[in-house]
Design a protein around this ligand. Structure first.
Ligand SMILES: Cc1cc2nc3c(=O)[nH]c(=O)nc-3n(C[C@H](O)[C@H](O)[C@H](O)COP(=O)(O)OP(=O)(O)OC[C@H]3O[C@@H](n4cnc5c(N)ncnc54)[C@H](O)[C@@H]3O)c2cc1C
Length: 279
């Protein structure tokens, strides 16, 4: 069951370097949670970018000194949001997330205000359809991008695919799409038919209406049949990919076989890729 934790008596004094204060924590499953923090007034970022966040590490047994323990995290909120949102895994023996999963509103985290990343509009040439391929927490950068008006201004159709093992792992994304579709400002851009934003969730382990790896469903044409798409190719389609190393490589191969080329900030092309985690 989803549990939301909010608190109003939030302390104002930062005690960590680059400290930001946690304002809300939502536990989605025993392995997934999201949280919101205050946004540094000077932080500008492009929707889809990531930053380094973390906590102070344990004191060194010899010197007693503490060093920040930082990890890369996609900013899940759009660039216009007053706060910053993150969507996180809980790795039980993970140096950071074994502790981060216990944060509560009012706590502080460290946030290095240097956003970077390739999952940005600037790294793609103009196109008609934009695909977001995500697995697991790889949906985080797209949680930012599907809340950014530019996404709907630049494309006729946005297709968000999200693949997880179990149905409950899809809940953050499902609620997000619902929020976007009911948002007054975005709704105007998406249109009343709401068909400009297509949500395509799949599960690989638990039974659900659409099962299978997205790579298999692309290779055997199921995705294209389901969505009525006959002309997938470099003239019309753009894609952003965020998953495990294996998933990224497989999708790259599929996209390349359809004639799409990998782009970068300095050299925009038809698709871009980023790892959702290392390992
Ligand atoms: C560019 C980039 C963006 C990232 N954005 C996010 C994000 O938005 N949300 C997020 O939760 N993590 C994200 N990560 C992963 C994140 O940096 C950490 O690895 C994660 O927070 C776990 O930290 P840890 O210290 O607890 O364990 P680590 O020592 O970092 O990881 C331990 C092991 O856990 C597994 N693992 C780590 N992260 C994940 C994950 N997200 N999903 C599934 N398995 C994982 C891997 O097998 C890894 O070897 C991102 C990584 C990169 C490179």
């Amino acid at each position: 069951m989803t549990m939301v934790d909010t608190r109003t008596d939030i302390p104002k004094t930062p005690t960590l370097p680059d400290a930001q204060t946690v304002t809300e924590v939502t536990h989605w499953t025993d392995r997934l949670f999201s949280f919101r923090v205050t946004r540094p007034a000077s932080l500008r970022f492009r929707s889809g970018e990531f930053v380094m966040i973390g906590l102070m590490g344990d004191p060194d047994p010899k010197t007693g000194k503490q060093k920040p323990l930082l990890r890369a995290y996609s900013i899940a909120s759009p660039s216009w949001d007053e706060e910053l949102e993150f969507y996180s895994i809980k790795v039980q023996d993970g140096p950071l997330t074994s502790r981060l999963q216990h944060i509560r509103p009012g706590d502080q985290i460290i946030l290095r205000p240097k956003p970077v990343g390739t999952l940005v509009h600037d790294a793609l040439l103009p196109g008609r359809r934009l695909w977001f391929f995500a697995t697991g927490t790889g949906i985080a950068p797209f949680a930012s991008l599907i809340r950014d008006p530019q996404t709907y201004e630049d494309y006729d159709k946005i297709i968000l695919t999200h693949t997880c093992r179990e149905v409950k792992d899809l809940e953050y994304g499902r609620q997000l799409v619902e929020t976007v579709r009911s948002d007054e400002m975005l709704r105007e851009l998406i249109g009343d038919g709401l068909d400009k934003l297509v949500y395509y969730p799949t599960t690989t382990r638990e039974e659900s209406p659409r099962m299978g790896r997205i790579t298999d469903l692309l290779r055997d044409g199921t995705v294209f049949r389901d969505l009525g798409i006959e002309d997938f190719g470099p003239e019309t389609d753009r894609a952003m990919v965020c998953g495990s190393m294996g998933l990224n490589l497989d999708i790259k191969e599929i996209l390349e076989s359809h004639g799409l080329r990998e782009g970068a900030n300095s050299d925009p092309k038809e698709y871009v890729v980023e790892k959702a985690f290392v390992g």
